[in-house]
Design a protein around this ligand. Structure first.
Ligand SMILES: [Zn+2]
Length: 379
């Protein structure tokens, strides 16, 4: 970080506004509505999207031809006079989506989902200590196997990886896998002939919560508590990457300068209080249930202290915690109380702090969400 005067700031070249691909955009609007609201008549699609009836009929015909959408007949409770409207709905199994999660402990998890995020198959493969090129080879073979197993044409592959990832799917740095500047998305795309999306695991988890877990539209932060602590943010429906792709690295914010040593080389980072192994160890060493409860409450307070400025700055609607429920529930309760103590009422009166709605597979479901957002404009 450096401080420089405004005159030193290089002026950014404004990118020319590209003429929007309106047809693709209009298709996305219709798919999005069907995805969120379920079966809908063409007239209601026109009302909801603001498109003309002619445009809607034309696009729906195209989507029916492609097998993405189907006619479902009249709604069961139609009481309108005259001919009841025909509903159209998304075909959940029109295409399948392959997802891979590399954030596990020496294990790779893969799955196939349908377009509604329903799990069809799930498989775990041990990484066996592989790193670098060997780990990449295993991921390539696994991706090919899963893709071959999809029973419908795959829409794409979504990969969640630990570490820092560029928006175009280059893994800039994933220490656990020994990866630096690995062009994972391009490599897999060439190999599979499919669109491939790669993102950090906390970012995929927050996309999953947003798309399939009922996450808040206006401001959602998801914190993953595991061996480390990662976070992803969705603001106004958009995943936040940050300047260097590391938005959400709240785990290494120092909350106690005199605290324990951290893996990053400093002391007292948030991670040293709330990472699962550290927290469990402290609770076990506390000596008794009451003392363990105080350790947990203290960790929740530290978490709340780190979250308060973020909640106040962004006026978040929801903070979602993913991790072991026996830890996440009490931590969330305490963190919410601490945040409320430290910010203006207007910043937090509507704030919801809760565990993830998606359980352990949130990251995989989120990798599916990346593909849906990228290929269909649905989220
Ligand atoms: Zn640290």
């Amino acid at each position: 970080m450096s401080w420089r005067s405004p005159t030193e700031r290089p002026l950014r070249e404004r990118t020319k506004l590209q003429r929007a691909d309106s047809r693709r955009h209009h298709r996305s609007m219709l798919l999005q509505h069907l995805f969120m609201a379920g079966p809908t008549s063409r007239a209601d699609l026109a009302r909801a999207s603001g498109l003309t009836r002619v445009t809607v009929s034309d696009l729906v015909a195209e989507l029916i031809d492609e097998g993405m959408v189907e006619e479902l007949g009249a709604p069961p409770t139609s009481r309108r006079v005259g001919k009841p409207p025909t509903l159209v709905g998304l075909v959940a199994d029109a295409r399948h989506v392959v997802a891979i999660d590399l954030s596990g402990d020496d294990v790779v998890v893969g799955a196939v989902f349908n377009l509604l995020g329903e799990l069809l198959t799930r498989e775990t493969r041990p990484l066996g200590g592989r790193r670098g090129g060997e780990a990449a080879d295993l991921v390539r073979a696994f991706a090919a196997d899963l893709t071959a197993r999809a029973e419908r044409p795959p829409l794409g592959l979504g990969v969640a990886t630990p570490g820092v990832v560029s928006p175009d799917g280059v893994v800039l740095d994933a220490t656990n896998l020994g990866w630096h500047d690995v062009p994972l998305a391009d490599t897999l795309q060439d190999e599979l002939g499919l669109p491939v999306y790669v993102a950090n695991d906390a970012n995929t988890a927050v996309m999953g919560e947003y798309t399939f877990g009922g996450g808040d539209e206006d401001g959602l932060m998801l914190l993953r508590l595991g061996t480390g602590v990662g976070a992803g943010l969705v603001l106004s429906g958009t995943l936040l990457h940050g300047q260097r792709g590391s938005a959400g690295e709240i785990g290494h914010v120092v909350v106690d300068p005199d605290g324990e040593d951290c893996s990053c080389g400093r002391r007292g980072c948030l991670e040293t209080f709330v990472s699962v192994p550290r927290l469990r160890r402290r609770m076990a060493q506390a000596g008794g249930e009451a003392a363990a409860g105080r350790v947990l409450a203290d960790a929740g307070e530290r978490l709340g202290a780190a979250l308060a400025p973020v909640v106040a700055t962004l006026n978040l609607g929801e903070v979602v915690l993913s991790g072991p429920l026996d830890l996440v529930e009490p931590l969330g309760r305490q963190a919410a109380a601490t945040v409320r103590d430290r910010v203006l009422p207007v910043s937090a009166e509507e704030l919801v702090v809760r565990p993830t709605a998606l359980g352990d597979d949130g990251v995989l479901v989120g990798a599916t969400g990346l593909v849906l957002a990228g290929e269909l404009g649905v989220s």
